[in-house]
Ligand binder design. Sequence first.
Ligand SMILES: [Fe+2]
Ligand SMILES: [Fe+2]
Length: 230
Amino acid sequence: MRIFNTTQTLGEIVAIMPKASEVFKAYQIDFCCGGNRSLEAAIKEQNLDEQEILSKLDAVYEATKKLKNTVDFRNLSSSELIDYILNTHHSFAKQIVPSISEMTTKILRVHGSHHEELFQVHKLFHGLKTELEQHFIKEEEILFPLMKQYDTEPSKELFDKIKKTMKETEDEHDGAGDILKELRKITKDYVVPDDGCATYELAYKQLQELESDLFEHIHLENNILFKRFD
Ligand SMILES: [Fe+2]
Ligand SMILES: [Fe+2]
């Protein structure tokens, strides 16, 4: 029996089963910023095999069902979910971004003359870095405190205020998603050239780790937390 069907949206599927994100990542299906699309639309867009994807999703579902203590993020209060996002995803990004910054600068200096795309990688990444820094400040200082307040003191006025701020942060998610796509394109899916050094390799590896973590992160915000204030 099929657990999932293609009329469900990508965001819905990952909300039901967070581990579905692994299947989507493997096929490079964007489930965070493009989370409102149906699975069917995503499959058509990328010319994928529908039965293959559905079987993989079912297999992951069966495997996760056996695991105890899996957190269903939908059951957390907004305050709990926010704390999880901060402790997991914001802290990871804050750790890895400075390291990537240093390495993309270093490989540009050493390999830039032979690999011109590194100028673009450096520029795109640092654009993303600035965006993320400002975005995190906005969430941590403005949006999340309002959402936490709503947990204990809900009001129409507060709801409207949250909704207004949320729109901006959602647009920023799209902006970050676009930069990540561009980085993937320019690096040809992060393939390190034969003459690339260990730093080159590590920089590309960490860029992919950041991408993967941001996908999970934006998914929790766009498809679960923000949906409560839509
Ligand atoms: Fe965030
Ligand atoms: Fe965010």
